[in-house]
Design a protein around this ligand. Sequence first.
Ligand code: GLV
Ligand code: GLV
Length: 324
Amino acid sequence: MKPKVFITRKIPAEALEKIKEVCEVSIWNNEDVPVPRDVLEKEVVEVDALYSMLTDAVDEQLMEKAKNLKVVSNMAVGFNNIDLKVATKRGIKVTNTPGVLSETTADLTFTLMLATSRRLLEASDFLRQGEWKTWSPMLLTGQDVYGATLGIIGMGRIGEAVARRAKGFDMNILYHNRSRKPGTEEELGAQYTDMETLLKESDFICIMTPYTPETHGLIGEKELQLMKKTAILINTARGGIVNEDALYKALKNEDIYAAGLDVFENEPIPTDHQLLKLPNLVALPHIGSASIKTRTTMANLAVENMLQALNGKVPPNLVNTDVM
Ligand code: GLV
Ligand code: GLV
């Protein structure tokens, strides 16, 4: 009998075909809305594998219903939507898609650095609204990226990919991480600092750390106050790492210069949210890894992880290694 799989969103056709060759597939074939909880709860009852997205809460209550579940293959590098402890306890393998999206996400991180510092969206709106009367020395002036100091919080693969780009912009690179990375320090000239020094000295602060109980609210009022008035905060990791009320105040009072966010505490952020009224915020709808090539690669890697796990093998990107 073929193993049963539930896929929680429309995925690239080639990835879907690979699954269909060997599995009995049920799919929430919708791009616009996540699978409703009641549908998800019904679908998991019989499945051997769940092909999930970061928008699906794979919690104890869900896994409790999924008596045959052997693997949760998350099509994302982040896996904060999954209760790992419960999965491990129940012998369910959890996998993610690290590595393959690092460069694409670093590209978007740099896009946000450039867009915020050079006031890209403000400038574009200015032109379209007919406000452009003449060239002027002080018009829409911003901050330089080239030669500035970059502070990277979380020097994983994505952090390193951002640092490599920063080197080309002749930036001075500081980083903070749970452990020091001597190889990265040598290769990229990145300098390890404590959090306070990083916050005080950086012109750009990029959050590149996983979302865990320890990083929840990592950037709050105190941290924002330590930053330069000209500092720019970029978050392409997870929204909950930044306290949005504190960020709103800091941007509104011009305690920092600008922020670029691809992620929010609650996604989608409501369009009437106070943050979206600020001119010094660039907001994007969680598209860090959204290139056609990378999303296809992620989808295929998630397939491989899932199929290996179903075959009783150790999948290439097993997150809860203690499940084996
Ligand atoms: C996207 O945010 C991911 O975790 O892959
Ligand atoms: C992503 O691949 C990371 O580990 O930072």
